[in-house]
Write a protein that binds this ligand. Structure first.
Ligand SMILES: *Cc1c(COP(=O)(O)O)cnc(C)c1O
Length: 399
């Protein structure tokens, strides 16, 4: 069957088929229930079939689906207003995905310097282990050989420096540098945290050299760390920020946010998208914010995160042969495995718990933000059983 599929062979899919979802649970065709801490790779921020999201989408479906940006779209006005009121930003451009939000961020930064009379300033400094998407520009920004190979010349203007290496950042700045682009927490790179101090220093550097600071909060944004955006923990603000994943709660939606100054060059006709900001996406995006911005919601995320933190720390203590380290913040958590992470992932899937692989032999836990303390504990006991099982297997293998 598998080799007969007309689908591109670009994905190594697990042989699981899900029919429906309910909150943090996914139900397979055969009725088996899985605890979903993969959440569509941090996308299903409110879990599956959240009643408020379902009704927002259904209501909009009865009215109008799509218009294009030839006309005014009230949902864009309200969602952009709410996003700017809740963040550093003054301006918003809506996209359908994270990579497109990054494309807009990159174009905004280059166009800013162009409009200020410096077309030579188009270089962007990025960090090893980064992931910014799969378009030609964003694979160049991410700089990972495995994603660049075979796709022709790497798009110019991206310079990569080692992770958390401030002297290297300083040394990379030239007359042609336009911006610095960073994920406050590397997701796909292995849940690698950038320190508060590092982000603060990047902010100062950008101010000193007239560069724009671009944050990629596609994965860590929209409440995942227990603040609406991860940059808030560092007490800094970016000039431009890419958002996606959680903001759509499962509907394809992204956004590029910018200060009025940074968006200075993005005048009529410079950028566009047929679908970006369409009424269905706006209805869902607004509904996600209704929930995430409600009183007490982010506190809930921080409380449940603590349950995970403590539970994972204790698992790491008890299974040092399986777990090397716990990483991350809020509900963006990584387990660095001592065994091949694929084995751990398989073992936890056997316990009907879903998670996501990442770089550096890490598996990511990205539970929906609505996960309760009880569901968190259920997930932790499944992890514990998986670790026990792996321990038994390893003993057998070495006996
Ligand atoms: C997922 C992701 C992207 C790309 O988003 P797509 O919607 O897949 O294009 C970019 N940056 C980060 C940090 C991501 O996690």
């Amino acid at each position: 069957m598998a080799d007969a599929t007309p689908l591109y062979d670009t994905y190594a899919r697990a042989p699981l088929r899900f029919e429906r979802g309910e909150g943090v649970w996914l139900v397979a065709e055969d009725g088996t229930r899985y605890l979903d801490f993969a959440a569509g790779v941090a996308v299903n921020s409110l879990g599956h079939a959240h009643p408020h999201l379902v009704s927002a989408l259904k209501d909009q479906a009865d009215k109008v689906w799509h218009l294009s940006n030839l006309y005014e779209i009230p949902g864009q006005e309200s969602l952009s207003r709410r996003l700017t009121e809740a963040t550093f930003a003054d301006k918003v451009f809506f996209t359908n995905s994270g990579a497109e939000a990054l494309e807009c961020a990159i174009k905004t930064a280059r166009r800013y310097h162009f409009s200020k009379g410096h077309p030579e300033k188009f270089h962007i400094i990025t960090f090893e282990g980064a992931f910014h998407g799969r378009t030609l520009a964003t694979i160049a920004a991410g700089g990972q050989a495995k994603y660049l190979e075979g796709f022709g010349p790497k798009a110019p203007g991206f310079y990569q420096v080692p992770f958390n290496d401030m002297p290297a950042v300083k040394a990379a700045i030239t007359e042609e540098t336009a911006a610095i682009l960073i994920e406050p927490i590397q997701g796909e790179g292995g849940i690698r945290m950038v320190s508060k101090e590092f982000l603060q220093e990047l902010r100062s550097l950008c101010d000193e050299y007239g560069l724009l600071l671009i944050l990629d909060e596609v994965q860590c944004g929209i409440g995942r760390t227990g603040k609406l955006f991860a940059y808030e923990w560092a007490g800094i603000t970016p000039d431009i920020m890419a958002v996606a994943k959680g903001i759509g709660g499962g509907f394809p939606l992204g956004a590029c946010l910018a200060t009025a100054e940074a968006a200075f060059g993005m005048i009529a006709g410079t950028h566009g998208s047929t679908y970006g900001g369409n009424p269905l996406a706006m209805a869902v995006g607004n509904a996600v914010l209704d929930v995430v911005l409600a009183d007490g919601f982010l506190q809930h995320v921080r409380d449940v995160a603590l349950v995970f933190r403590q539970g994972l720390a204790s698992l790491a203590d008890r299974f040092p042969d399986i777990i090397e380290e716990i990483r991350g913040d809020g509900l963006m958590l990584g387990i660095k495995a001592r065994v091949p992470s694929a084995d751990l992932l398989k073992a936890i899937r056997a316990e009907r718990l879903l998670a996501v692989p990442a770089g550096e032999n890490v598996i990511r836990l990205l539970p929906p933000l609505v996960t309760t303390a009880e569901e968190a504990r259920e997930g932790l006991s499944r992890l514990e059983r998986a670790a026990e099982q792996l321990t038994v297997e390893r003993r057998k293998a070495s006996a």
